[in-house]
Design a protein. Structure first.
Length: 255
């Protein structure tokens, strides 16, 4: 599927800049007389889907030039832009979903959490302190579904500890490559709170998790050092009342 159009939007949550949104649309989108409002999938680094929905792929800014939390805040900006411009874009505001793969799966969760502070400020409420959020659940559920494939969900675990949970460590990237990626994204490391919900959504507070959509799908890979933390997050989401689908894809490596 080829992209139909793209837009560059200004950032409002992260450092000043612009991010590109690429839109993949159904064949009848934009035709004369078509007033249909479509569902939208806001995707963080992945392809389009052959479904009767608009897919918006977010070209969020990358480390090392833009370390954490820029990518997460760019993701939240993208969601807010889609919400604010839904009528103009022919989008059904009651059918906004987010998806992502690996790091994008992390952003699917963390950006949805991050936008809660912006929504509070729009309502004129007191800005949250640190990672705390107090909000009315129904008013803050812009995102109706999250679908994540082999997401990173818990940076409080070391790469070594994660690797030990993988029954096929020979199928993983080397620890040196993972550490290079982490050094680029988590900079400067001494200033990063590894248990921040915007970095490690799997250990977010119950209050923040309740602001996630009720419907969530997580797909983990059986030969992946991230499988164990993804499954822990699945169980935690379920214990907090979420309807969690998805499964472990056996004998599959990360990516």
């Amino acid at each position: 599927m080829s992209p139909r159009f793209s837009r560059k939007i200004p950032t409002t949550l992260a450092t000043p800049g612009r991010i590109r949104l690429v839109f993949y649309t159904p064949a009848d989108y934009g035709k004369s007389g078509n007033n249909k409002r479509y569902p939208v999938i806001i995707n963080f680094h992945g392809g389009g889907f052959t479904i009767d929905a608009i897919v918006c792929s977010v070209d969020y800014r990358l480390a090392p030039e833009h370390p954490f939390p820029t990518g997460v805040e760019d993701g939240a900006d993208a969601i807010l832009y889609i919400w604010d411009h839904a009528d103009e874009l022919g989008i059904d505001k009651e059918k906004i979903g987010v998806s992502g793969f690996s790091a994008g799966g992390n952003i699917a969760f963390s950006a949805t959490m991050r936008l809660q502070g912006a929504l509070l400020r729009r309502r004129g409420a007191r800005a949250p302190t640190g990672d705390a959020v107090a909000a009315d659940e129904d008013e803050h559920r812009i995102v109706k579904i999250i679908v994540a494939w082999y997401p990173t969900t818990d940076y409080t675990n070391t790469r070594e500890a994660r690797s030990l949970t993988n029954p096929r460590q020979d199928m993983e990237l080397s620890l040196s490559i993972y550490k290079m990626l982490d050094t680029s994204y988590l900079y400067p490391l001494a200033a990063i709170k590894l248990d921040s919900p915007f970095l490690s959504p799997g250990v977010a507070s119950a209050e923040l998790i309740r602001l996630l959509p009720d419907d969530i799908a997580i797909f983990t890979a059986g030969w992946d050092g991230l499988m164990a933390e993804g499954e822990r997050f699945r169980k935690r989401l379920t214990s907090l009342g979420k309807n969690v689908n998805g499964r472990i894809v056996k004998e599959m490596r990360h990516g």
